[in-house]
Design a protein around this ligand. Sequence first.
Ligand code: ZN
Length: 434
Amino acid sequence: MPIVELDVELFYSERWMRAVQRVQLTNTTDSAWTEVVFNVPLNAVEDAFYLDAVTVTLGEIVQEETWEMAAGNGIVRVPLPQPATPGEELSVVMNFRVVIPPVSQASWPPIGTTGWTATLIQAGEFYPALVPYIDGEWVTWDYHPVGDPTFYPATDFRLTVTTDDPGVTVVSGGFQGRADNIWSFAVEGARGIAFFASPDYVMAKGEAVGVPVYSYYLPDHAQAGEDAVEVAERSLELFTELYGPYPYADLVVVENGFFGGMEYSALASITDYAYHVYQGDPRSVLHTLIAHEVAHQWWYGAVGNHQAVEAWLDESLGFYSELLYYEAYYPDMVTWWWEARVFRYERYGPVDATIYSYSVSSDFILSMYGQAALFVDTLRETMGDEAFFAFLQDYYRTHYGGIVTGRDFFEAVRRHTSEDLNPLLEAYFAETAY
Ligand SMILES: [Zn+2]
């Protein structure tokens, strides 16, 4: 597994950061690599991302280069000084700066899920993330501001964030400790690392299935911030029972500054809007979004997929997990969930639509996710509950730490049912050969 060490200096009040990323990897494939490829979604924002230098170490050779990137596509192809043969180790060190863009609360979500508001800074896809190497090539894709245009191999991440202001709290998954203004985090088998920072964050703590749970929220939102702990605990308990063991050492739920939620490894970011409108009723986006983002720790985190091309693989199960949360804890609210989350919106297009077939993120989410929930519900009905949950556990176990495609999903389904799936595929999928 690649090892990434990311050391960030955050200049909170000036809203920029300087970082060094060290990536250590071994060529575990059977082809020689002539390059290593990264992707920086935030580079789609003008004047936000500056890659200053790239240093490759391969055997005895050290290749140091300064770099210039135009805004736009965030693909960084780092040529190697000589091919890295199978089994060979190499390291890539990248020095970069980020001028953090402002985010509006209406962004759904902001480009590269990075930005500042008056009360916080969020840093999501702000660093050059190694792309997966599959079937003899580095997988690249075009940035498109719909859904989650990312795709990561499981990686061991170590993150430090040094703030210029000791009053700023830094939040991420895998908390290791704090020495003055240096915050350390480590997440093994992570798809991506992110952090949030604010001088105002308040923390509430809990625990479920032996996993510490932290909720970070802004002081005006105490009830929501405290209830978030219980929602996360219940989600952890339920999904551990239904799917399998939780993949990380802790779980953090954090209030963000845009419209929507976002999953990162061991970290669920939830829209401040959900906190703002929360009145204590479980029929709320606070509950649905926390259940959803926690479920992504299984589907996205432990079991990865190409989120630009096959978004349905993680989103159908993330979204349907909301319903499973209500079924388990508030069964009289199941009808409300279908109405509020699915039937209220117009739905069109196949479940396996790519993000490129939509031009607006909210259309993609409201339409595809609704279709996906109906698909999963019909699949469950077709298989029966026992076979359906046995399939999910088998699929989780088989692909833990790996990357799946639609083919893997349906192969796992077919290990648990002999029902004819063709009517289901024809009703919901463009690719009916599954
Ligand atoms: Zn999701």
